[in-house]
Design a protein around this ligand. Structure first.
Ligand code: SAM
Length: 413
């Protein structure tokens, strides 16, 4: 590791945004020094280590628990269910999946193979009518793929989103009238069309009778997931309900790759063997030169230029390129294909991508959860998922909300 790290590199290591780091510098939480000439903020390696050490000590002082028992059986309708990352998490928290919709035949096969009793509705959501579930489902969840819709600066109604998958999500919520609905998406939705797509979605939920809780992006590393993945949550509460929803409290303990692949607190045995993708020969030769926790900057300068091509001159950290993960850090976000250009996440000891079962562990799927289809179909299903442990923690927050709601019904007015 170099003596000084850039703002982006430090943000990556500390797991915070550059804005937070600038604020922390101003507030004296983590001080940067100015690079002579450019005057850019850079960080002393020793300062970061000291800072991370302090965080680690704090990890063990106040453990957090979001666990809560459901007071009755609560039901979930899961849309855009994929291979079931969120659904498995909800089930682990204690919620019951009454039906799941998904268009991809391999993902549906995965759901059916693992849970023969789940009602898997295979096909395009547009072709399903959910009126039979009206007033009989507590929660509707869905990771709708993000699409733009035209926005003329006015408040949007449901019909303005017609033709998009968010429209379908909102249409089902309107048909089913759950007590709470939870949309999940990528952080990029915050800035999609300069924030207007998200504003439109909030306005539509409002129009169909749901109060929108302030949107949050949850970091999976704070919810027992050994991966720096983020997920945006869009939560709506039916307007006749006067109960607050609270996001799950972040845990202080951060798990790393060792916790994912070896025996420890997350799993009681090492990761099972399985199939996996391989790197093409040239990429393998490049990655052979990278140490654990290293990336393209660890190559000799001529190879940096050769491997990065035009990107070499573009600036920015690009710390995800030609990256080898270390045992003592969380994995970077897994993508839908593990040998994909520009997002290599190489195994710490061997020069290869993570296997299917290693991928599943990093997403905190149980070892028993099997994926259907070819190896690349399996990677895709896993890479698309909400990490199960994050889903479980969100599940507890939903149970807490539902317990309070049903308790309020039984109290005399
Ligand atoms: C981000 S993934 C959801 C992942 C899932 N929540 C999980 O945790 O595993 C989005 C899913 O939406 C599905 N999808 C896309 N278009 C669809 C449509 N028109 N009808 C139903 N499902 C659709 C995709 O096949 C994909 O599996």
């Amino acid at each position: 590791m170099k003596e000084y790290l850039s703002l982006s590199e430090t943000a990556e290591i500390v797991g915070k945004s550059k804005e937070t780091l600038r604020r922390w510098d101003n507030d004296g939480v983590l001080n940067a020094v100015r690079e002579p000439g450019s005057n850019y903020r850079v960080y002393r390696k020793t300062d970061i280590q000291l800072f991370m050490g302090e965080l680690l000590d704090e990890n063990f002082q106040t453990p957090v628990s979001n666990v809560v028992e459901p007071k009755k059986e609560y039901s979930v309708l899961e849309l855009f269910a994929g291979a079931g990352g969120l659904a498995v998490g909800m089930e682990k928290a204690g919620l019951k999946c009454v039906a799941l919709n998904e268009i991809d035949k391999w993902a549906c096969q995965t759901l059916r193979n693992n849970r023969p009793n789940w009602n898997v509705l295979e096909g395009d959501i547009k072709n399903f009518d959910f009126k039979d579930y009206r007033n009989s489902v507590d929660v509707v969840t869905g990771g709708f793929p993000c699409q733009a819709f035209s926005y003329a600066g006015k408040k949007l109604g449901l019909n303005d989103a017609r033709g998009t998958l968010f429209y379908e999500f909102a249409r089902v919520v309107q048909e089913v009238q759950p007590l709470i609905c939870i949309g999940e998406n990528v952080r990029g939705l915050l800035s999609h069309e300069k924030g207007q797509t998200l504003e439109g979605m909030k306005s539509i939920l409002d129009e169909i009778g749901y109060k929108v809780v302030p949107v949050e992006v949850l970091k999976a590393i704070h919810y027992r997931v050994p991966q720096k993945r983020e997920r945006l949550f869009l939560v709506g509460i039916r307007k006749d309900i006067n109960i607050d929803y609270q996001y799950p409290t972040p845990h202080k303990k951060v798990y790393n790759l060792k916790d994912a692949l070896k025996k420890g607190e997350l799993y009681n045995k090492k990761v099972p063997k399985s199939e996996g993708a391989k790197y093409p020969e040239y990429k393998k030769q490049i990655l052979d030169l990278i140490p654990p926790k290293g990336y393209w900057r660890d190559l000799p300068l001529d190879l940096q230029k050769e491997y990065m091509g035009g990107s070499f001159y573009l600036g920015g950290g690009k710390t995800g390129m030609a990256r080898r993960i270390g045992w003592d850090e969380p994995s970077l976000t897994l993508t839908c294909s593990p040998a994909q250009k520009q997002t290599e996440r190489c195994h710490p000891d061997e020069t290869r991508p993570f296997t299917v079962r290693e991928y599943a562990r990093i997403q905190t799927f149980p070892d028993e959860w099997e994926f259907a289809g070819s190896t690349s179909q399996q990677y895709k299903q896993i890479g698309n998922a909400v990490p199960c442990n994050l889903g479980q923690e969100v599940g507890y927050s939903v149970i807490k909300f539902l317990n309070s709601y049903y308790l309020s019904l039984s109290k005399p007015k």
